[in-house]
Structure formats: C-alpha cells, structure tokens
Design a protein around this ligand. Structure first.
Ligand SMILES: [Mn+2]
Length: 220
C-alpha cells in the first residue's frame, strides 16, 4: 500500500495544483464617503451571486449598477444621497468614485487575480467591447457615441464621468469601444454588461498563481 508521502511526491513530480490549497481571504469591502455634495455608502462582495441593492436617487444609474452586480457576480449594496436639486452630476460621479475605491479595497494587493478582462456584449443592435486591466495605472479610452442627450432623465454625458471616476479610484486601465448601436439605452446598457463581464473575468482567481501578484514586476 502506498504511503501518503510517496503519493504526494509522485504527484508533485508531474504537476502542482495550487487550487487544492486555495485559501483566500473574503474579498469584501465597505466604503462610506461624505462630501458637501453627496453621501455615498458602498458595500460589495467580489465573490458574490449578483445580489444588488442600489438606491442612488438616479433611476437609470441604479439600472446600470444592477448590470454590474448581476453580470459581474458581485454582491453590491449602494446607497447614495446627493444634491440632485442641482443635477445628477455630483451624485453620479461620487457613486463612481466610491465604487472604484471599494473595488480597489476588496482586491487589496491584487494577489491571485487574472488581472485582465475583456468582453463583447450585444444588446439588440448595439455591440460594445470592453477591455480592462487592474494595472494600477488609471487610463480610460472612451469610444461611445451616444446619439441622444438623455435617456429618460439621465444625461448621457454622465456615462463617461462615471467611468472616469471608477477608473481613477480603482486604478484600472479601461478601453470601451462601440462597434455598433443606434439606441442610446441599448448602447449604454451593453457597455455596462460588457464592463461587468470583463470585471468578472479580471477578478477571478487564477489557480495556477493564486498566491502571486500577477505582474512581472511583482507589484501592481
Ligand atoms: Mn435596460
């Protein structure tokens, strides 16, 4: 009968599967950010099931946050109040900032993550590609051409403002390309769905280097 030691030696000589010894801390974070303009609380779990509570006072933004949660499999609780009597700008931006900070906090030193993510999402006639890298270097290339000024009451210029905030505060490199699209709601929603799936890909734990920071420099 083979002993335990000789069996592990034999298997080690063929391949090592770190996934058998995977024990990673919970990837959750909460951030509460208060300014003279807004009060935003974000709690998230990167290893969630897509449960979402979003109440920002901006209905279309809530709809988009549900896309991030649902398609990113991130449990997300976002409560925001802000100076909506002026317009949606500050609240929209500060939700992006706080979400970016919470993402960064939950990822910590980025150990074990796949790091890169990409997705091409259709929504009827709209087709949007998102490619991202949790690189530590904030950059946004924004290629949407949204044909109308508003979707419902939401100013479509705020889509770019939201992603600028997320990128700067999660230290992410993000490229958004619109390959097709006519309807503004479809173009924006396809963008959030593609973003969610790209994030999901990038934050997955790579079992082949689960305890390593995914950079040749050793730091992100
Ligand atoms: Mn929709």
């Amino acid at each position: 009968m083979q002993t335990r030691d000789s069996r592990s030696e034999a298997s080690e000589s063929r391949f090592v599967s770190p996934s058998h010894s995977l024990e990673l801390p919970a990837r959750t974070a909460s951030v509460h950010r208060v300014t003279g303009e807004t009060n935003v609380e974000v709690s998230l779990n990167l290893d969630g099931q897509g449960r979402c509570k979003a109440s920002t006072g901006i209905p279309f933004l809530d709809h988009m946050l549900h896309q991030i949660s649902s398609h990113g499999l991130i449990d997300l609780d976002i409560q925001a109040t802000g100076d909506l009597e002026i317009d949606d700008h500050h609240t929209n931006e500060d939700v992006g900032i706080t979400l970016g900070q919470a993402l960064s906090k939950a990822l910590g030193d980025r150990k074990g993550i796949v790091r890169f993510g990409h997705f091409l999402a259709p929504l009827d006639e709209a087709l949007v590609q998102v490619t991202l890298d949790f690189s530590g270097r904030p950059h946004l290339s924004y290629g949407l051409q949204i044909p109308t000024e508003r979707v419902g009451s939401y100013d479509t210029q705020l889509v770019r403002e939201f992603f600028v905030a997320v990128v700067n505060h999660s230290q992410m490199t993000l490229h958004i390309r619109q390959l097709d699209g006519i309807n503004s709601h479809h173009i924006i929603e396809a963008t959030f769905k593609a973003f969610a799936r790209a994030v999901r890909m990038a934050i997955e734990i790579d079992p082949r280097r689960a305890h390593l920071i995914p950079s040749s420099k050793g730091v992100l």
